[in-house]
Design a protein around this ligand. Sequence first.
Ligand SMILES: [Mg+2]
Length: 237
Amino acid sequence: MSSPDQPKLLLFDIDGTLLDTGGVGLRSLKEAFLETFDLSHREPEFPRLDLAGSTDGSIVDHIFGLFEIEPTGENREAYFSSYHDRLSKLLVTFSNDHGRRLPGVLELLTRLRDETDHVLGLLTGNIARGAFTKVDHFEMGGFFEFGAFGDDHPDRNQLGPIAIDRAVDHSGHEFPANQVFIIGDTPKDVACARACGAKAVTVATGGFPKAELDALNPCFSFSDLETDHHSFFAMLG
Ligand SMILES: [Mg+2]
């Protein structure tokens, strides 16, 4: 049993939950491939990428397989390094016009930090350096010091326990699974919460309509993080 004063662990997804890069993430993933590997003589067209809730690691595995690129550590690092350079530049030159922090997020994070003892972390398919570059760019870097990322494991369902272990190291608190809230905008975030026994919390600020997310029976469901601060705090008890 946990006491009422036990801090909760809140693990936030990034894209579609905290922010929208305005297409910069996808563009960086694609352009980095074309820059890093010569794909011109290869047969397949560059595929449509199913980014929603996918990890960067699984996207890379998919494309490496498609274009028969050796999945070596060296190739991965060359790719992710190119991706991250591109992401950093495009966020500045392109995303200032098209990207945005999602409504109510900054206010919610500020209240959680200033008015509660809850512990905030990231749980995202982004590689770690990309994750921090994105949240820093949209002025949320100060809220997050740890997380689990797409370069920790290609399977998002494996990321919950990694994030919880890091939260324990970071905060010195234990977090039973029922005190962990995983907040995201896709069915894959719900699956990831279920995989580690955490509470799934959905926000319909990414590509998925609220009705579609509600049909998955998450523990809590919000239209966005702007209008629902009261319910969000009520959820935490
Ligand atoms: Mg997302």
